[in-house]
Design a protein around this ligand. Sequence first.
Ligand code: NAD
Length: 339
Amino acid sequence: NPSTGKYTVSFIEGDGIGPEISKSVKKIFSAANVPIEWESCDVSPIFVNGLTTIPDPAVQSITKNLVALKGPLATPIGKGHRSLNLTLRKTFGLFANVRPAKSIEGFKTTYENVDLVLIRENTEGEYSGIEHIVCPGVVQSIKLITRDASERVIRYAFEYARAIGRPRVIVVHKSTIQRLADGLFVNVAKELSKEYPDLTLETELIDNSVLKVVTNPSAYTDAVSVCPNLYGDILSDLNSGLSAGSLGLTPSANIGHKISIFEAVHGSAPDIAGQDKANPTALLLSSVMMLNHMGLTNHADQIQNAVLSTIASGPENRTGDLAGTATTSSFTEAVIKRL
Ligand code: NAD
């Protein structure tokens, strides 16, 4: 916004604990004087020709601002509309899901020094939604892999690895079995790697990758892994469990050619909604990814350091999910003091 010198970012507060953790982000951003104005977006689903879609003003806001921060959205079961998260990904062509999983210093979990980065193909594979009944008792589910979608996500993985200074890109696959589908994914990676001579490409079978990451996660601290949709879904949750012991601390980014949406990995936590108990860390770390993406790296570092040092400072400054006694509000105040 040339008149205020600030960036406008769309904000989808979400359901359940969404408004509480969103309030925390807004307070911290304002205390840190981040040059961002929030534009509130309502994405309550509407139905057009039997399909779920999001309201036009929300689409227009995100299309105009190019960047959005998003709280969790509840997916009502059995009410006939598909996941809004899937709708958002499809509407804005968000082809790559970036999931860093990093241990928090001072907060002890089973594994220490975990620092994993996984990029998941976000649009096709097993999530193409192509299933049919061949005859009673026999169904087919199609895993769709295309050169175009593979190329854009693998290229993004190379670019991301280069940008964060990691020399290895690992393609996780099962091309011994999915010869054509995963074979195409791996071949595209091999072709693209010629354009990135400064980076090393490795390939790793998904079963082998899972074994290696749980036995020695520190083997991946200099790598970025990239994989087709379903493997990425499973592996990224595994990584979160290894790093934080929960999803409550894990941020993510959904990247498209122009538009990117940053969001916490956890859901709307209806069991604790409205009780000032939610941990805003995952949404805060997602907002840090967003600031880095926007080039506001000083603000990103400032907020990240304040959040992490607050968690490290002891149980009185941790929320209940981390076995602490803090509320959402008191945690937020503690972060603001450390900015
Ligand atoms: P959930 O992540 O909402 O909750 C699982 C458990 O983790 C609960 O005990 C909850 O209290 C706890 N938890 C989650 N986030 C927390 C936080 N920030 N602080 C403290 N505790 C936290 O998963 P669920 O119960 O399976 O799903 C609830 C709803 O969220 C469903 O409607 C689901 O569809 C939706 N969901 C949305 C997203 C998204 O928008 N990205 C992701 C997952 C689930």
